[in-house]
Design a protein around this ligand. Structure first.
Ligand code: PLP
Length: 545
């Protein structure tokens, strides 16, 4: 008998397995579910229909993301829902118990208690270290806990649990489901245990799109476990747990070409976490500091006083007065949010905030995600538009412009590169415009550049007023998959969305040189324009740009 069948609540054994048939075949006449046949008056085309109980495409995508077979993955309404389903399937009121390692995520105890089960806990030591032997000892003291939750990295203390410890616990406790909650896995170096659910029968791994993928509002997570365990979770789940718009949002966000942007954001949060941790560590009232995930955990002498000051500044953080008295969990936010939090500790950053912007732009023709960081200490470039030569040109702009650029676009390039090139230029211009903010300290510049026989001159005025002028022509229609006629068009799109005047003059023999020299010179002129060395004021007699 499988572990799931051994541990499941005996009173559920009569429930038949849930049929997880996928989406109905197109052309099916759907008169089976008492849906309303009309298009809803809410925009979404298909939300008059019930969603797939387990959305097949999203399930495959998430399985791919976590490196497991999709049969092992149960998509849940956030991983909270997966925790609840495990409690409902396996815990008998008044008889079963779970074990948690405090301080940890409060939902484990909460759902178990709602189910009427007993919650036993052991505490980590004063430095919040995880002790696998102590966990095993506590589990063996009394009836085997049905569920044992291991949060890694742990919320709220940030510490990851060594996968070897989880294996050891699972091996020592064959009558317990060991649940590794990897809600913050993307922020840690520790490898995921997801792949090991195939070999360790009593291991369940939880993942979520709420944290690293920024989809907390969509409520999408998953449990990765043997099919028998998932089968019992399915039986106690409501029939259509996942809202259609959430499924769509998750599919969009997890498109493979968006992954570089996700990775860039995780890196940014980690860098911010490190910087904020260093600042907070120096605050007198901070007695101890731990970091992990997208948060920092501090211990203070007088949490009540801190709470008062936070409330006065309208800054919310998380206190855990019972599980971790004196402990405060602080999420890494936007630069402005982080500054507001630091101010409560009397810290003002001497460093100027970096000028960054993130943009997504979705139309029927193109889906674009862009991040720019004008002040990145080591500007990185990850660019993928599907048009090789254009990627190369954008790389020139960012590299000579001296800014970090993560840019991905999925476009209808099978029809024509036109939409992709134009929309990317517009979106990049908007991102630069946004990052420039009030344009304090920026200037008006030009750059002339020779490239063998070619000479390109670009003048840029980041004036707030769009104007584009292009003087030059090309003998050939195409360079690889890039139409040369798009070149003036790109500068116009950039000028419009960046709100800048851009004048390009290019002259020479070789079209490749002429296009490349134009983008290089543009990048160079931009680098001077973006630089904030110029005294900090707004470079206009009008006082605004
Ligand atoms: C945030 C969090 C979750 C819940 O995630 P959802 O998918 O949004 O329900 C689960 N576990 C831990 C440890 C968390 O911090």
């Amino acid at each position: 008998m499988s572990i799931a069948d051994r541990l499941v609540r005996p009173d559920l054994k009569g429930l038949p397995p849930v049929d997880l048939a996928g989406a109905p075949v197109p052309g099916t006449v759907r008169l089976d579910a008492n849906e309303n046949p009309f298009e809803p008056l809410a925009g979404g085309k298909t939300i008059n229909r019930y969603p797939e109980p387990q959305p097949a495409a999203l399930r495959r995508r998430m399985a791919d993301l976590y490196g497991v077979d999709d049969a092992r993955l149960w998509v849940s309404r956030g991983s909270d829902d997966a925790i609840d389903l495990l409690c409902r399937a396996f815990l008998r009121p008044g008889e079963d118990r779970i074990l948690v390692i405090e301080p940890t995520f409060s939902a484990y105890a909460q759902f178990a208690r709602i189910q009427g089960a007993r919650v036993d806990s052991i505490r980590m030591d004063a430095a919040y270290r995880f002790d696998a032997d102590a966990v095993i000892e506590a589990a063996k003291d009394g009836i085997a806990p049905k569920l044992l939750f291991v949060c890694t990295p742990n919320n709220p203390t940030g510490s990851p649990v060594d996968p070897a410890d989880v294996r050891k616990i699972a091996a020592a406790l064959p009558d317990t489901l060991v649940i590794a909650d990897e809600a913050y896995g993307e922020f840690a170096d520790t490898p995921s245990l997801a792949g090991e659910t195939g070999t360790i029968e009593n291991l369940v791994v939880l993942r979520t799109l709420s944290k690293a993928y920024g989809l907390a509002g969509a409520r999408i997570g998953c449990a990765i476990a043997g099919p028998d365990i998932n089968g019992w979770m399915a039986r106690v789940s409501p029939p259509y747990p996942l809202p259609g718009p959430s499924i769509d949002a998750a599919m969009k966000s997890l498109a493979p070409e968006r992954m570089p942007v996700h990775r860039q954001r995780v890196e940014q949060l980690l860098a911010d976490r490190q910087r904020l941790a260093a600042l907070l560590r120096d605050a007198d009232e901070v007695q101890a500091l731990y970091e992990g995930g997208n948060f920092i955990f501090i211990e203070v002498d007088d949490p009540a006083d801190l709470a008062k000051r936070l409330a006065a500044a309208a800054v919310k953080v998380r206190f855990r007065p019972k599980a971790a008295p004196g402990g405060v969990r602080i999420t890494i936010g936007t630069p402005a949010e982080n500054r507001a939090m630091l101010a409560v500790f009397g810290i003002s950053e001497s460093e100027k905030p970096r000028r960054r912007a993130a943009i997504t732009r979705d139309t029927k023709e193109t889906q674009i995600a862009i991040e720019v960081d004008l002040d990145a200490p080591e500007p990185k470039r990850v660019i993928d538009t599907g048009i090789g030569f254009f990627d190369h040109m954008l790389d020139q702009v960012a590299s000579h412009g001296g800014f970090a650029l993560t840019l991905s676009c999925t476009g209808d390039t099978h029809i024509d590169p036109h939409h992709t090139i134009e929309d990317v230029a517009l979106a990049l211009g908007s991102a630069l415009d946004q990052a420039l903010g009030d344009r304090a300290g920026i200037g008006r510049f030009g750059f002339a550049l020779p490239m063998d026989e070619t000479r390109a001159e670009v003048l840029v005025d980041l004036s707030g007023r769009p104007y584009a002028k292009f003087d030059g022509d090309f003998a050939s229609d195409k360079l690889g998959d890039y139409p040369t006629e798009m070149t003036p068009h790109i500068f116009r799109s950039l000028a419009d969305s960046m709100r800048a005047a851009i004048h390009v003059t290019v002259d020479g023999e070789n079209d490749h040189h002429k296009v490349e020299a134009s983008f290089k010179a543009f990048g160079r002129a931009l680098r001077q324009g973006l630089a904030t060395g110029g005294g900090g004021g707004i470079p206009s007699t009008k006082g605004m740009l």
